[in-house]
Design a protein around this ligand. Structure first.
Ligand SMILES: Nc1ncnc2c1ncn2[C@@H]1O[C@H](COP(=O)(O)OP(=O)(O)OP(=O)(O)O)[C@@H](O)[C@H]1O
Length: 328
């Protein structure tokens, strides 16, 4: 396997001045400025193989965007080493700029007052894409994203979902081998989210583009990424398969029971942690290997009408890793 991105002991500290509230605070600031530092990324190391689609996860303020900005060469690190496609990003060599693209769901990179086609054409010129390649890319990707008919509409008139699809299309005009996606589906409705998800899945499979994705929507992550790097307060807390996350949480299952008459929580808790017990429905956490025997014991002891077994939602397991409840 070919390594496309390597990150070693990456650190980024921001220095900023503390400012008091209001006008008095601004005036005081003119005379005494208190310098503060924020360590947004602390000693993070990971690598990404060519063609991999990796999730970068973490709660708000964990350092995900800062990490992506460092990998894109937008920010200069305090210390550490990064190689992206063999380049040191913050040296910003032209060849490096041609090899990647970054899409930020919260930032607009298209010209607001012009039709998207003009922004696409501008990118063609910036990246010196030849006419035939340009036409082929726009035709193919606009069809896949379902935005072919919207090319000549002013960007400001597009819906959020349509705009996001155009942002992705614009980022791919020069066919970068590496794509950083920072919350590409934020604020979108379910249908647009699904469309972007399907596109990214197809595009990654077809082109073997290396993708790092951050998203707060676990459905994006589950559908697209087999591996996750999780950071919390700038520190790496997990690097591994998405499928191992539940395993690390002790491989629990959720047993949901419907009763025909109430059962006391005390009686249920003998079998596992009772998460809920009201309105004739109880939810228990049971170790995976004990699920069969527990279910059959409960069926014989209690007035059970129905029961279902489900996995602990990935979102919940990840949240527990975020809070440090379980070591990564
Ligand atoms: N220019 C800056 N100056 C000072 N602090 C900053 C700066 N940029 C980011 N930070 C701080 O660094 C930390 C990490 O921010 P970052 O934007 O990387 O987090 P994130 O994981 O992307 O969060 P979110 O999920 O909310 O987008 C935050 O505490 C943030 O306030």
């Amino acid at each position: 396997m070919e390594e496309m991105i390597s990150v070693n002991n990456l650190r980024k500290e921001f220095s900023y001045y503390k400012k008091g509230a209001g006008l008095q605070g601004s005036l005081n600031n003119l005379f005494h400025r208190q310098m503060l530092t924020k360590e947004a990324v602390k000693d993070v190391s990971f690598s990404v193989e060519k063609g991999e689609m990796m999730a970068l996860l973490g709660p708000n303020g964990a350092g995900k965007t800062t990490t992506l900005k460092l990998l894109s060469g937008i920010l200069y690190p305090t210390s550490g080493e990064v190689l992206v496609n063999g380049f040191v990003p913050w040296e910003r060599k032209n060849e490096f700029k041609r090899s990647f693209a970054i899409v930020m769901g919260q930032k607009n990179q298209l010209w607001w007052d012009l039709p998207a086609s003009d922004s696409l054409y501008l990118n063609k010129c910036i990246y010196d894409v030849d006419d035939r390649e340009y036409k082929k890319t726009v035709d193919e990707l606009s069809e896949l994203l379902g935005v072919r008919e919207l090319m000549n509409i002013q960007v400001r008139r597009l819906s959020l979902g349509e705009r996001m699809k155009m942002e992705i299309l614009a980022a791919l005009i020069h066919r970068p081998g590496i794509l950083f996606l920072d919350e590409p589906t934020i604020g979108l409705d379910i249908v647009s989210q699904q469309k972007i998800r399907d596109f990214l899945h197809y595009y990654n499979e077809q082109t073997k583009t290396t993708i790092i994705l951050t998203s707060h929507y676990m459905r994006d992550i589950e559908a697209l990424c087999s591996r996750a790097v999780i950071i919390n307060s700038g520190t790496l807390v997990y690097d591994g398969a998405l499928s191992d996350i539940n395993h690390r949480m002790g491989d629990k299952r959720l047993l949901t029971l419907s009763f025909s008459s109430p059962v006391e929580t005390g009686k249920l808790s003998i079998f596992g942690r009772v998460r809920e017990n009201k309105d004739l429905t109880a939810v228990l956490e049971i170790p995976k290997e004990r699920i069969k025997e527990t279910a059959s014991q409960m069926l014989s002891l209690f007035p059970v009408d129905d029961f279902t077994v489900t996995e602990v939602p990935l979102e919940e397991s990840i949240a527990r890793i975020f809070t440090g409840e379980v070591a990564g």
